[in-house]
Design a protein around this ligand. Structure first.
Ligand SMILES: [Zn+2]
Length: 178
């Protein structure tokens, strides 16, 4: 089986867009990130049969980090093989966050932070009236897993329009006692 992608399966395999997909790209119906993600997925579909059943709805890219939005029912099979995630990142030459399309903000954030746990998600209002979404993750280990929080924030803003604040449990505890 072949995955369903934003571009034709044939284009994704050959790496060359047909006239139709090229026109959709120039009209902005699809993005460069959709094209790159489609190619990466197509290149792995033979080795990972799980991918053949998936539907990639949309991809976005921020400084080399990708958010790949799949059909919600694809998430289980995609998570069942950690090697698939690694290979996708290798094919994209960047971090890849796998998320279900159309999920709630909370679920979106849990999927972005996966495999790190999300302890709480809260809306906070800064003194200047700016709205932020604060995610609290367990201390230390998460930072290593998630890498650069600044880059993660940009990626989440681009993909979903969420202004993210990330704090570890320890930072939250420290601010309560200061
Ligand atoms: Zn095409």
């Amino acid at each position: 089986m072949q995955p369903k992608l934003p571009i034709c399966a044939f284009d994704a395999k050959t790496g060359i867009l047909c006239g139709n997909c090229e026109a959709r790209l120039s009209k902005g119906e699809i993005t460069e990130a959709d094209v790159k993600a489609s190619k990466a997925i197509a290149s792995l579909a033979d080795r990972f049969p799980e991918l053949g059943k998936t539907t990639l709805k949309r991809a976005s890219e921020t400084r080399g980090s990708y958010v790949l939005e799949f059909e919600q029912s694809d998430m289980g099979p995609l998570r069942s093989n950690p090697q698939l995630h690694e290979e996708l990142e290798a094919a994209l030459k960047g971090k890849a966050y796998l998320v279900g399309a159309g999920v709630s903000d909370r679920q979106f954030l849990e999927e972005v932070f996966y495999p790190a746990r999300v302890l709480t998600v809260n809306t906070v209002w800064l003194p200047d009236g700016e709205k932020k979404t604060k995610v609290v993750v367990p201390a230390k280990r998460s930072e290593r897993r998630l890498g650069d929080f600044d880059k993660l924030r940009e990626t989440v803003k681009r993909a979903r329009g969420i202004d993210l604040l990330v704090e570890t449990e320890r930072e939250v505890a420290a601010s309560l006692h200061s």
